[in-house]
Design a protein around this ligand. Structure first.
Ligand code: ADP
Ligand code: ZN
Length: 731
């Protein structure tokens, strides 16, 4: 161990804290000394805060005033590679290190000493009498089998008062136990039998396994049509990783998908892995964080932020549905988990598998260029075949006013109902109607805080702003002209489509799946399982249903408005529509019965719609890539979005104009600046927003130039400037 990795009591150490300061703070090493990377508690003013020993102290600060580290926390120190990863990710995204550390320590109670806690398990006695509340508690215990919960967790999960739980303990229906707060995860066994892979699958699995066994960095695009068995294949890569004694991480784009996935992991490896996402309890999050650091969690299934967990020896990262836009974090630290996975893997000699039926253009181009390996699965597993895709030319359909289901689509749904099969209608719009208009004066109801129209949610009986979440009652009197009884919904949302479907098929069982209609991830999960088991004839869904759910009885997918995504000026509009339509269509015919997808469109000759219908994917990507190359935009050029916001419109634009006038650092590297312009949503939560866009050639060190450019300005008052490298959205 080199001298710099250990600090004796009293040595000067530099500590990174999660406080919004732009520098390290010097302290004295505590009694007993400390290692570089140690998690510590340090005094900051009157408070105690969490920090990491980053290296030797820098001096410059009066050593007489230097305070001492309070204590070293009992968690695994941050590894060298993690410190490097955070540093590189910070440089890439132009994020302060303090914010990176916050991302890397998002578990509660890290500074609590390890301790014992009281947990409850099922007891062996029956309660004297059953009540609804008691039934709920016992049902939760049954659902989670052998797991134990704290009394509070149990009461919360069962949605009962703590006294109900106490009562059950007294009766012996639950028994108390003392356990260490955080237990290791059960062992996963890679030697349990896997499914018998097809020849194609086995070949793909072998290539991935080879990568894992090399113990070196590498990225592979696993491109397989929906239902081809990508999951089965990458689980074999996980098995190789476990055999090597290294840890694996599987990122999923949607927490509603984890339930099904956990079951598959359990079938394959004999135990459930660690879970990391916003739906996990606080206790669970802390346990994952600690166990990952000690090497006592072999596999983590998580959302994008799982990438910042302190793995002891990460050997494999799977990014499932790698094209999914939810991998881009759009608030706080603006990072793309897909790209950061590749960075992290490169730092710790791990393999990355990017799995998708419709990869992002970036990934497709990297594979073409030979930077990523590429493995293809071209057929669905078993007898399942890909759905046939047809356009419904809406110009030729005869629809009554304010309806959206064409006669052609209706007839196809009728057939499914008669055969006992399911239909899915896809419309990527939450709520009842996107616009509420006054038929007397023509004005639309807008949000008071944002430059956005309010969306009617009939289920909540309110209008809601999708930017800030503000709601208000649906007005009966027009707020503009005061005329009564003329307010009317315009256009369809998923709830309104539900009403239309119910009117067309009064006997059918209809399920509306939209994230805002469910109180919790658990409730949504439960509903999805019911539907998969056949408890619905017609499913209506937003984007949510495009993502990986398996509904065996589903044989028809109707896309209500295939043109919806093609309207914007977003450079990825074509790519996104292509991906989304192919993914949604891929929900149909995943079991024995063949599927069909009908796309309602007013422009069946549009090149993107044609590419979706013919399924000539390679041709589509080649054409998209060519267009982007010509325009010099990602992945053939670099881009950064600058978002300025503040409560004072003039100040926001003054800053924007000053940035534009002083663009020397950008010009030096040949970058072009556009703007300032009002952002497409020019006001959010009462704050005015302006955007600038920076474009540069591919090899340019853009971050450095951006940093020098923006450093010329101090943010006055409540002005904010945020930089979005490789922006995915332009709102
Ligand atoms: P993808 O991830 O490509 O959409 P999945 O891995 O979910 O595909 O596979 C689709 C379905 O086919 C799943 O129900 C899966 O269990 C089944 N399946 C795939 N490959 C096999 C296999 N080799 N043996 C048995 N079942 C398989
Ligand atoms: Zn709003």
């Amino acid at each position: 161990m080199s001298a710099q990795d250990y600090f004796h009591q009293g040595d000067r150490v530099a500590v990174l804290t999660a406080q919004p300061l732009d520098r390290l703070l010097d302290y004295r090493a505590p009694e007993g000394g400390c290692f570089r990377g140690a998690f510590v508690e340090v005094p900051l003013g009157p408070r105690k805060v969490l920090g990491v020993v980053w290296g030797a102290g820098g001096g410059g600060f009066d050593s007489a005033k230097l305070r001492s580290v309070i204590r070293v926390l009992d968690v695994a120190p941050m590894r060298e590679e993690m410190r490097q990863f955070l540093g590189k990710a910070a440089d890439y995204t132009l994020t302060p290190m303090s914010a990176m550390l916050r991302l890397a320590t998002r578990a509660p109670g890290l500074s609590d000493p390890p301790s014992m806690r009281k947990v409850l398990r099922l007891g062996d006695k029956d309660p004297d009498r059953m009540t609804d509340a008691r039934t709920k508690v016992l049902a939760v215990m049954e659902e989670f089998g052998g797991l134990a919960f704290t009394p509070k967790e149990l009461a919360d999960m069962a949605d009962v008062t703590p006294s109900v739980v106490k009562g059950l303990v007294k009766q012996g229906a639950l028994r108390e136990e003392e356990t260490p707060r955080d237990l290791p995860y059960p062992n996963l066994d890679p030697e349990r039998p896997s499914k018998v892979l097809t020849e194609d699958q086995a070949r793909a699995a072998a290539i991935l396994a080879q990568g894992v066994e090399s113990g070196a960095y590498g990225t592979t695009l696993l491109k397989g049509v929906t239902g081809s068995g990508k999951t089965e294949v990458y689980l074999e890569a996980v098995a190789s990783c476990l055999r090597k004694g290294r840890q694996a991480l599987v990122l999923l784009p949607e927490i509603a998908l984890t339930a099904e996935f956990l079951k598959r992991v359990e079938q394959r490896f004999g135990a459930t892995p660690a879970e990391w996402h916003s739906g996990a309890t606080m206790t669970e999050r802390r346990r994952v964080w600690r166990m990952v650091g000690q090497g006592n969690a072999q596999l983590v299934i998580g959302a994008r932020s799982a990438l910042f967990l302190p793995f002891r020896d990460l050997g494999l990262i799977i990014v499932d549905e790698e094209h999914d836009t939810s991998y881009k974090q759009e608030e706080g630290v603006l990072y793309n988990a897909r790209d950061m996975s590749v960075l992290r893997a490169a730092m710790c000699s791990a393999q990355v598998v990017l799995a998708s039926a419709t990869p992002s253009l970036e990934t497709w181009v990297n594979a073409e260029a030979g930077k990523y390996r590429r493995v293809d699965l071209n057929a669905r597993f078993g007898t399942a075949v890909l759905p046939t895709m047809k356009a419904v030319d809406m110009r030729a359909e005869d629809l009554p006013a304010a309806t959206w289901i064409s006669p052609t689509l209706k007839a196809a749904m009728q057939e499914r109902i008669e055969r006992g099969e399911q239909s899915l209608l896809f419309l990527n719009r939450r709520g009842f109607a996107p616009v509420t208009i006054c038929r007397a004066c023509g004005s639309q109801v807008a949000c008071d805080n944002c430059d956005a129209r309010m969306v009617e949610h009939r289920f909540m009986k309110r209008l809601m702003c999708h930017q800030c979440g503000e709601t208000k009652p649906v007005p009966t009197i027009c707020p503009s002209c005061q005329v009564e009884g003329k307010m009317a919904p315009v256009g369809p949302g998923i709830e309104r489509l539900g009403e239309e479907a119910a009117a067309l098929f009064p006997e059918a069982r209809i399920a509306v799946l939209s994230s805002d209609l469910f109180g919790s991830a658990r409730a949504l999960k439960a509903r999805i399982e019911e539907i998969a088991a056949g408890e619905a004839d017609i499913i209506l869904g937003t984007q949510l249903v495009a993502k990986g759910h398996n509904f065996p009885l589903l044989t028809l997918v109707g896309v209500i408005d295939a043109d919806l995504g093609l309207q914007g000026s977003d450079l990825r509009a074509g790519e996104r529509t292509f991906q989304l339509m192919r993914q949604v269509a891929g929900r149909a015919g995943r079991a024995e019965r063949p599927g069909e997808a009908l796309l309602q469109t007013f422009q069946p000759e549009h090149p993107v719609i044609r590419a979706i219908l013919t399924g000539d994917e390679e041709e589509f990507w080649r054409a998209e890539a060519e267009q982007r190359r010509e325009a010099g935009v990602p992945p053939y050029g670099r881009m950064a979005g600058i978002i300025l916001s503040g409560s004072d419109l003039a100040q926001v634009f003054d800053l924007g104009n000053a940035l534009a006038r002083n663009d020397g650092p950008l010009r030096q590297v040949g970058a072009q600046l556009f703007g300032p312009a009002p952002a497409p949503i020019a006001r959010v939560r009462g704050r005015h927003r302006a955007r600038l866009l920076v474009k540069a050639a591919k090899g340019v060190a853009l971050q450095e130039a951006l940093a020098r450019w923006t450093a010329q300005f101090k943010m006055k008052g409540d002005l904010r400037l945020s930089i979005d490298i490789d922006p995915q959205n332009f709102f």
